[in-house]
Structure formats: C-alpha cells, structure tokens
Design a protein around this ligand. Structure first.
Ligand SMILES: Cc1ncc(COP(=O)(O)O)c(C=O)c1O
Length: 394
C-alpha cells in the first residue's frame, strides 16, 4: 500500500481526487462511486470481448444505482441467491435473462427462482443435480469445472468445481434426471493476474465439449466466470490482452457454443469507487506507529485480510502536502475493540497524518460495502454516487 502520487497503472477517477473529495459535504466514512466510470468499464469490457455477453456478478457490489447503470448499458446479470434475484426483479430485470451461478443453493431458493422464470442453474455435484431436478424439473444446468486458480489474488480454494471426468458423468446424469445439459462454467479466481489461466481453463472446457459430443450433447453456453482484474497498485494484464487470449482459444474449441458468457464482477466496478475514512486515533506502541480509522476489516476492508500478504488499495490522504512530506510506516486498524479489524501493516503515510485527517482508499468499489457490518456499533460507510444516475425502470 502506498500514498502520495498515484501510480500511472492505477485507475483513480478524475471526479474523485482528494482535491474534489475535500469539498464533499458529507460525514465520513463514505464510499463514493462514479457511475460514469462503471459505464466506461462495461463498454471497454464488451469492446475487448465482442463475442461475449457480460453477466454482472452482482455479489461484489449490489447497489441499485450500479445495477441500473449496468442494465442501461445492456448488461445481463448473474446471481448467487434468491435475495439477489429479488433485488434485480425490483429493478425490472426479467429473471429469464439471469444466470444462477452458485453451485450449491438452498433448495427453497431453487424452487422460488424457477417460479420467477429463471431457468439456468450452475451445479458441480450429484447432490445439487438431485435438488435441481426435484425443485426445478426440466431446468437447464451448467457444470462448474475445477480449473487452476493459483494465479489469482483471491483463489476459491477448492470450494467448487468438478474435473472433466466427473463433469462428463454429471452431464449424462443431468440428462437422465430430465434436466437440460446446457453449458459449462469455470472461475479462475478473483483478481486473476495471468492470461494463461483463461487459456488453460478454456482448453479444459473444450475437453469436456469433445467428450460430450459423441453422446449427442452439444453445449449451448460457455461461462468464462469472473476473475477479470481491476487496477489497484500492481500491474495486471489489460482486459484487451485477456480478450485476445480467450478469443484465440475460442477459435480452436471443438465448436463454439451459442452463448459465451462472462460472469464478471470486480472488473466492472472496483475502480469506480473511493472509500473515505477519518483517522480517529494515532498512537506509538513500542517502535510501531498505529493509526485507528473509522473503518477496518469489519467495516468494508475485509479483503485486506483475505489476500496472502495483505491487499494493496491505492491510498491518498487529505493532507494538501501529502506528496511532499516525509513518510513513516503505519499499522492501520479499525475502530472496534477487536484486533481482527487491523487490516494493513507497514503502510507508508505522511509522518504528519493525525486525528481528523482523512484517508482515501482507491479502487474500493468491489467487495467492500457488501462485507461491511455495524460491529461494535460503528456504522458502515455511507454509499454516495456521482455521475449519471439512470432512472428506475418502473
Ligand atoms: C460464480 C461466480 N461468478 C462470478 C464471480 C465474480 O468474480 P469477480 O468479482 O472476480 O469477477 C464470482 C465471485 O466469487 C463467482 O463466485
């Protein structure tokens, strides 16, 4: 994590610079999102992958303003639960256009989702197929493949996925159960840093397609999952580079499914937001400099603890001379009595930073607010929006 000038690889919306945020007449903590940046990321994504349909994975930021912005741009949506589907329905999204991509679903959610007209469900096990065949007879199902997620910052750690052999057996079982063997999906892990991960995952999907074809099963959908990276501090492959690699792999598949879906989350929204939090305490403990903020791991910065070695949000301060003054390494912690909300170590910040100053965390639009709690009675950041807010559909 660093402060001062923002590295050129980092995306910091021009509308959300500290000079402008100092003028915001709003108590901290808040998460400010530039909706025009969301729209721009969506357009760049679809330009880089014109053969794909983006299904926004709303789990990473389900703010209605963001959902409406993406819907207005033409995005489709992917859900992880009935609750997410209900939120889309409230905005006028047709459930028949939505993918239900959580491989393990509460049985009641399957039945109720099917009742709305949603017809495509992910799975990766016989148990899930049994649930789907009983609660959503005749539904279309897509199998989640196990692929290498080791080049991602947030791997899925073996929680989901079937290998090709098991996926083949499962698709035949799906047909025997009266379901429609519809597609294949994978997830290379969130914030994936290597184009090679998609290359080998698409090849693995191709192996499954080749195995199923002699059985008379031609898949209608290939879901490339999420994992498309956003810019923080490290250099990531660009969406254009990833699009080129996937595009060339699609050309050598046994055949091309009619729908190439991309269940992308983080890439579309992370760079659009800045999290602002005020320093509530500064203490020296032994040789360590501690900063206590209004937010920590329990109030939106949970991902900092999930990445091996910590997670790098580009960070600025409200100090007008923040780029010039000497720096000190700080430990950053949240406001609670719990030690588990400490979220960063060795952060170089202006040595003069003190109580009342504000820290601005950039690229904070994904997996922040949905994780935030009111633990210890401290409120989560307030969401605010700038840019073009699209009207509600009804
Ligand atoms: C099934 C599925 N699709 C898409 C995503 C979104 O991933 P990302 O935010 O890395 O794009 C996730 C995230 O966990 C997921 O589980």
């Amino acid at each position: 994590m660093s402060t001062g000038t923002i590295a050129s690889s980092t995306a910091w919306p021009d509308s959300l610079t500290p000079d402008l945020l100092r003028l915001v007449d709003m108590p901290t903590p808040y998460l400010v999102t530039d909706l025009d940046t969301v729209a721009a990321r969506y357009r760049a994504f679809t330009a880089a992958m014109p053969w794909a349909t983006a299904f926004y994975a709303m789990k990473c930021n389900p703010a209605p303003e963001i959902l409406r912005t993406l819907a207005a741009e033409g995005s489709s949506f992917e859900v992880a639960s009935l609750g997410e589907l209900r939120a889309l329905q409230a905005l006028g999204v047709d459930p028949a256009t939505v993918l239900y991509s959580n491989p393990i679903k509460p049985p009641a959610h399957i039945a109720k989702a099917a009742g709305t007209g949603l017809w495509r469900f992910a799975f990766d096990s016989p148990g899930e197929l049994a649930k789907i065949s009983m609660r959503a007879p005749g539904a279309a199902v897509y199998v989640r493949l196990l692929v290498d997620d080791s080049t991602s910052v947030f791997p899925l750690a073996g929680k989901f996925g079937a290998d090709v052999e098991d996926a083949y057996d499962l698709m035949l079982l799906a047909r025997r159960l009266g379901l429609r063997p519809y597609g294949v999906a994978f997830h290379v892990g969130s914030q994936c840093e290597s184009t090679g991960a998609w290359r080998s995952a698409v090849r693995t999907a191709g192996e499954l397609m080749a195995r199923l074809r002699p059985e008379g099963i031609e898949l209608e959908m290939l879901n490339l999952g999420g994992g498309f990276p956003a810019r923080y501090l490290a250099a990531e492959p660009s969406i254009e580079q990833i699009g080129e690699v996937i595009g060339s792999e699609l050309d050598v598949l046994p055949y091309r499914p009619g729908l190439i879906a991309a269940g992308t989350g983080r890439h579309l929204v992370a760079e659009s937001s800045v999290l602002a939090a005020t320093v509530i305490g500064r203490e020296t403990r032994g040789a360590e400099n501690w900063l206590y903020l209004e937010v920590g791991a329990h109030h939106g910065l949970a991902e900092s603890g999930q990445a091996p070695g910590g997670w790098d949000y580009p960070t600025l301060t409200s100090l007008e001379d923040h780029a010039e003054v000497p720096r000190l390494p700080f430990i950053l912690s949240g406001p609670t009595c719990d030690s588990s909300d400490t979220f960063a170590y060795g952060v170089e910040l202006p040595a003069t930073v003190t109580v009342g100053d504000v820290l601005y965390f950039g690229s904070a639009g994904a997996y922040t607010l949905p994780y935030a709690t009111s633990f210890n009675g401290f409120p989560p950041p307030t969401p605010i929006f700038v840019g073009t807010v699209p009207p509600a559909r009804h």
